[in-house]
Ligand binder design. Structure first.
Ligand SMILES: Cc1ncc(COP(=O)(O)O)c(C=O)c1O
Length: 294
């Protein structure tokens, strides 16, 4: 994250990020007992708001919590946070932890007041060199826990995988398990072969990605065949294109995997088409309400 923007929201109040404080007994700090979302904002408008809120509510439900705010209340809060940070393009980080206790107890013996924290950070436009040349990725074994479908702040294995990728000069670590593709350390992974887009099926082992879901919808609309099916490591390595989907960066083409060229070593037609379709979709949504009218 680039340096965050100055205004955050913590437990009911807007305040300077530099002054925000939480208890060291917060279960988010002690146990990573917390979930989060990251939403891009274009022209002052949070993108895919409903999709991000649906995923947040699902993550909370899976850890036996409920959303501390209604969707209309989240919409008002996010919009206000964006405005207080100057509007325009940025991204928002939303974290809900189970809250602070009087001590450190693994078991939950009572309902706590959740800690709700939001901050904003600048969203750099996609570097044209990255768009035109693609990025490199390395493969690593997936060493994460068994509920990667929950967007939990317990990200140590992701952080370590990303660090290994960085040590090897790569942008992303693509995680493999049992001879199959899972996802990136902070991205969804899609594969193109013979003009078709392939995506691994959802389950406990990967996060449902908002960017991936939009890419699939836009491909289907553009007449590109999409197949959701397990992807073997050999198919990943033989792909014509490998795409990464991140909320903050949209679709990026992987043009080198473990040092070998992917396809002809340049971003392929599906990556470029999806980048155009994403830009058109952002433009279509500009100025529309965040929530559908009742
Ligand atoms: C592990 C993991 N998978 C997939 C994604 C992609 O999700 P989204 O497209 O909603 O950013 C992320 C994004 O943070 C992630 O951390």
């Amino acid at each position: 994250m680039a340096a965050a923007l100055p205004v955050c929201w913590l437990n009911g109040a807007f305040l300077p990020l530099a002054e925000a404080r939480i208890s060291p007994l917060d279960r988010g700090f002690l146990f990573a007992d917390a979930v989060y979302e990251v939403l891009p904002v274009y022209g002052g408008r949070p993108f895919l708001f409903v999709e991000h809120m649906a995923r947040l509510e699902r993550s909370l439900g899976e850890i036996r919590m409920s959303s501390p705010l209604t969707r209309p209340a989240w919409a008002t809060l996010l919009t206000e946070l964006v405005a207080r940070n100057g509007g325009g393009d940025m991204y928002l980080y939303v974290q809900v932890s189970r809250g602070a206790e009087e001590g450190r107890n693994h078991a939950l013996d009572r309902a706590l007041a959740p800690t709700v924290f939001l901050m904003a950070a600048p969203l750099a436009p996609l570097d044209p060199t990255v768009r035109d040349a693609g990025v490199s990725a390395v493969t690593l074994p997936d060493q994460r826990w068994g509920r990667c479908d929950i967007k939990s702040t317990a990200l140590l294995a992701n952080v370590l995988a990303k660090s290994v990728a960085a040590d090897r000069g790569a942008t992303e670590a693509i995680l493999l398990a049992d001879g199959h593709l899972r996802e990136g350390s902070s991205s969804s992974v899609l594969v193109v072969r013979g003009g078709r887009l392939f995506a691994p099926p959802y389950g406990a082992e990967i996060l449902p990605g908002t960017t991936r879901d939009l890419a699939i919808r836009l491909c289907a609309r553009a007449g590109i065949t999409v197949e959701v099916a397990p992807i073997r490591e050999a198919a990943l390595r033989a792909a014509d294109e490998i795409l990464l989907g991140f909320a903050t960066r949209g679709i990026l083409a992987v043009t080198r995997l473990d040092g070998a060229a992917v396809g002809d070593g340049r971003p392929g037609p599906v990556a470029r088409r999806l980048q155009e379709l994403f830009a058109a979709h952002r433009a279509e949504l500009a100025g529309t309400p965040l929530l559908p009218a009742d």
